[in-house]
Design a protein around this ligand. Structure first.
Ligand code: G6P
Length: 612
């Protein structure tokens, strides 16, 4: 949700900023802009994508070895040229990029207007840069001090970078509840919302903490202070990402690449954590909290979007295998409904980005009530990974496609490992069942590989249904959340209305929608509910619905009944979501491509939702 990038050093800033914006575009893509300093200050901004900005700039003067850039996902003010960042102060001497929301911008704006400030955009960002300049002039303070004082008056979330026309040798950055990473190169600094624009330049980074302000200078100094003026020592970490991870690697879209990466990403998420031959499943990150989980009377899972769907599978896993009651909560609802949280509750927060504002707020709330918080995040060093008591990273690698795919299966992998380990410690699984599940889990990456071989078949099915206006996804038990996830994938990227439903519940509503044009995608791999699923398929067929069934290989009964069957390898039921979701990801992908939709950057969506 908005990407920011900045550079200071001895190279031309412009190509670095534009390249950085392209890497960050997955975060927001309704408008973009850059500002460069080279004696004078030049600001270029444009509604649309980074390519539109590039075209707009054309051959204009882009000289300068210091600059800032922004790609926006609109919160305050429609996405147009004027509301695009960077924004200028009243005199035009300062410029700023911002990710987040200044909640009290209305009152700050009114005060500034009373003092004669006029504003050209509808954004909260313009208010903040005016405020900084106002304080600087009124109090005769250096810029960094004015930034600090202005930020202490701000309610809301921000990651900002400020650049001053009068000082070509310095950038000032600050964060609260929105991520910011500083890359340290040789005689140069990079500042960005995440590490994607930095990886190709340097591996040494400092993650700024909340309420910290950093000043980087051309001389190579990095100093950090808190908003209440305490000096901090920068903690330099090494990035593990490689540049290839951020490229499409021959695929047409990041989403397709990420779908096909799943054998590897699931394997990486298990690596060093699962040894079926020795009967070992161990998550080092939560080792000290395992006993707490074993004794937990209740687990609360909080998340948003696809991560919430992973949480729902987690509910089945923890209840079925470890016999711990679980409640899965939308973080946005949980945080505002005065939930009952006990100090002995264990809260598991799931987030690919580790930056989702509602999930962060839900964690803070649960923490304040004394609960223990464990995280499952993909982005190392992200805000959620830092506020939780402990956690396990998914090792899916950077996920760039806005619709989450490999992060989902990596989250399921961690949840499965966690549930198995707790179940074993609690004694809720027999030794033989435990062994069977460990070996089955170990074989999942190879089975995902096999499930991906259905790609051509699914392309054919996508051709047949690309004009559908509605679709229904049905599943039972472990595969009910997968039905929700399949429907979400289709909605997100192809803009076809789709609903996920528990198969039996279909009779209580959605069955009324079924006609000969309605594709109904049914997950029919669960052996425990096989006959029931067969009945549900018959109910759909009796109403002339078109059935696309995901079945375990060798199935003959459903093959006879369904319009299309997609065979995937057989596995143990608790692990089946790791396989059934694969054809659903491919189906959504191909339908979206055939409908000419922007698969990696679907309209109105953002990869990381850092506003509530
Ligand atoms: C956005 C993304 C989804 C993601 C959700 C939660 O809506 O488009 O793909 O599932 O946020 O994000 P998180 O990073 O917390 O998993």
């Amino acid at each position: 949700m908005c990407g920011i990038v900045a550079y200071i050093g001895d190279k031309d800033a412009y190509p670095i900023l534009m390249n950085g914006l392209r890497r960050l575009e997955y975060r927001g893509y309704d408008s973009a802009g850059v500002a460069l300093l080279n004696g004078d200050m030049r600001v270029y901004k444009k509604a649309g994508k980074v390519d539109d900005l590039d075209q707009f700039i054309g051959t204009a003067d882009v000289k300068g070895s210091i600059g800032i850039g922004h790609t926006r996902w609109a919160t305050h003010g429609e996405p147009n040229d004027i509301n695009a960042h960077p924004h200028l102060s009243g005199t035009g001497n300062l410029t700023m990029i911002h990710n987040g929301i200044i909640e009290n911008y209305g009152s700050l704006k009114a005060e500034l207007q009373e003092r004669g400030h006029t504003f050209s955009s509808d954004t909260d960002t313009e208010v903040l840069i005016h405020l900084i300049e106002d304080i600087m002039e009124k109090e005769q303070l250096p810029l960094e001090e004015a930034v600090r004082i202005a930020l202490s008056q701000v309610i809301g979330a921000y990651a900002i970078v400020v650049m001053a026309k009068g000082d070509q040798d310095k950038l000032i950055a600050a964060r609260k509840s929105s991520p910011l990473v500083i890359g340290i190169g040789k005689g140069e600094f990079f500042i960005a919302s995440d590490a994607t624009p930095i990886v190709e330049h340097t591996k040494n980074v400092v993650y700024l903490n909340d309420l910290e302000i950093a000043v980087v200078t051309r001389e190579g100094d990095l100093s950090i202070k808190t908003i209440d003026n305490q000096r901090k020592t920068p903690y330099v970490q090494e990035l593990e990402w490689k540049l290839e991870m951020l490229e499409k690697g021959g695929y047409d879209h990041f989403m397709l690449k990420e779908i096909f990466e799943q054998p590897r990403s699931v394997k990486d998420s298990m690596r060093g954590r699962l040894n079926p031959d020795k009967g070992i499943v161990a998550l080092g990150g939560i080792k000290d909290y395992e006993q707490l989980l074993v004794n937990a009377k209740r687990i609360l899972i909080v998340a948003c979007g696809t991560s919430w769907h992973a949480g729902l599978v987690g509910e089945y896993l923890f209840e079925d295998l470890a016999r711990i009651p679980v409640e899965v909560e939308y973080a946005s609802e949980f945080r505002y409904r005065n939930p009952v949280i006990n100090p002995d509750d264990v809260v598991i927060a799931i987030s690919q980005s580790g930056e989702t504002a509602d999930t962060l707020a839900a964690i803070e709330l649960a923490k304040s009530k004394g609960a223990t918080i464990l995280g499952i995040c993909n982005v190392v060093g992200s805000s959620i990974s830092r506020v939780t008591h402990a956690g396990s990273y998914t090792h899916a690698g950077p996920e760039i496609g806005v619709a989450s795919t490999k992060a989902f299966t990596a989250q399921l992998t961690i949840l499965t490992l966690m549930a198995l380990s707790i179940a074993h410690k609690k004694g809720t699984l027999s030794e033989s069942r435990f062994q069977v599940l460990l070996h089955a889990l170990d074989r999942i990456p190879a089975k995902i590989e096999k499930a991906l071989e259905t790609n051509d078949l699914i392309l054919g099915i996508a051709e047949r249904y690309k004009e559908a206006t509605n679709a229904l996804y049905l599943g039972r038990g472990y595969n009910f959340p997968v039905a929700l996830e399949g429907a979400l994938k289709l909605k997100e990227i192809s803009y076809i209305h789709a609903e996920g439903y528990p198969a039996a519940e279909m009779k209580h509503g959605p069955i009324a929608l079924i006609d000969e044009n309605m594709p109904v995608i049914v997950m029919a791999t669960n052996m425990s509910a096989y006959e029931k699923i067969v009945s549900n398929i018959q109910e759909v067929k009796a109403r002339k619905g078109k059935v696309i069934a995901i079945v375990a290989e060798g199935d003959t009964i459903i093959h006879e009944m369904a319009d299309y069957t997609i065979e995937i390898p057989h596995t143990e039921e608790p692990l089946s979501p790791l396989l059934t979701v694969i054809p659903l990801q491919l189906l959504a992908y191909h339908i979206a491509v055939l409908r000419d939709c922007n698969v990696d950057q679907p309209r109105n969506l953002a990869k990381s939702v850092t506003v509530e």
